[in-house]
Ligand binder design. Structure first.
Ligand code: GUN
Length: 287
């Protein structure tokens, strides 16, 4: 049997169409949402992500401002820019694209973003609020995954959920959201012994590993819901295409619902960044 697709591309398009109305209402009241994006260095994948984020803002009517800095820029320059953006009334959301070059203290940079403009939800104050089940901003990728569950009628209460990956960007906030939704959650990572023993118990399996086709059919419980967060570029000898962390062709024969790559989680991450920026503007406008 072949799994049903969770179509993130279509869901993201529907959400983005609805966002236009909210942006228009805010703009009419002189509170047009604004997002500032900071990119340091020339990582090609980061350049693509940032371009997609800025283009999505424009399409929704959100004001956007992109600043690109050379990889050797001093951290103090970025901190000064963040202080300026924190005080700028046109800007409701601030995003510093990660990873930052090695000479940066990532935590110090993220903490320099005003928590009420932290649309990534990476500031310690916002991480704490999420952990307490009282989120102000939900990190965009896990937020998108939760929307996919909701849109596809996936009930999480009482389910066994396994998250592979423990990053601050995806794995940890994903686990917190699943806990808050009533799932029994296991977080696996590179040090986990007998990974497949864990994943085979999962009703809900979220892969955020960064390794192409890492999750094979033998690791998946029949009927599981499989969410593939990975965006990996295959080497030229394998066609150079984008590929997820899940061996899609094999796993779709075992799962009940599965996200494709591309067209799954990726478009939802961008949609939820817009959602967070609009929510920030709505809060600032007292709505
Ligand atoms: N790098 C990879 N994913 C993300 C994300 O969601 N936000 C930021 N700021 N950087 C990232």
């Amino acid at each position: 049997m072949s799994a049903q697709l969770i179509d993130g591309k279509t869901l993201a398009e529907e959400l983005r169409a609805a966002f236009k109305t909210r942006v228009a209402a805010l703009t009419a009241r002189n509170h047009r949402p604004g997002l500032a994006v900071i990119l340091v260095g020339e990582d090609p994948a980061s350049q693509v992500y940032v371009r997609n984020k800025v283009n999505a803002c424009e399409a929704a009517g959100i004001f956007s401002q992109k600043r690109v800095y050379p990889a050797d820029v001093a951290q103090a320059v970025i901190l000064a820019k963040l202080a300026e953006l924190n005080a700028d009334p046109k800007i409701h959301g601030i995003l510093v694209q990660l990873p930052l070059p090695r000479h940066f203290d990532e935590k110090a940079v993220l903490e320099a973003i005003a928590p009420e403009k932290d649309v990534d939800g990476f500031h310690a104050e916002n991480v704490g609020a999420l952990a307490q089940g009282n989120a102000r901003f939900i990190p965009c990728t896990p937020y998108g995954v939760m929307k996919m569950f909701e849109a596809n009628g996936v009930d999480l209460a009482g389910k066994e959920a396994v998250v592979i990956g423990r990053s601050n960007i995806v794995g940890k906030p994903m686990a917190l959201l699943l806990i808050n939704a009533g799932a029994t959650v296991t977080v696996c990572h590179s040090k986990t012994r007998d990974l497949a023993a864990h994943t085979r118990r999962a009703d809900i399996l979220v892969a955020a590993v960064g390794k192409p086709r890492f999750v094979t059919a033998g690791m998946v419980k029949p009927g599981a819901v499989v969410i593939d967060v990975g965006i990996n570029r295959l080497p030229p000898e394998e066609g150079g295409k984008l590929c997820g962390d899940v061996d899609f062709e094999a796993v779709k024969e075992v799962a009940s619902l599965i996200t494709p790559v591309p067209g799954g989680v990726g478009p939802m991450t961008i949609a939820m960044l817009l959602a967070n920026t609009i929510e920030a503007a709505e809060r600032e406008a007292g709505q």
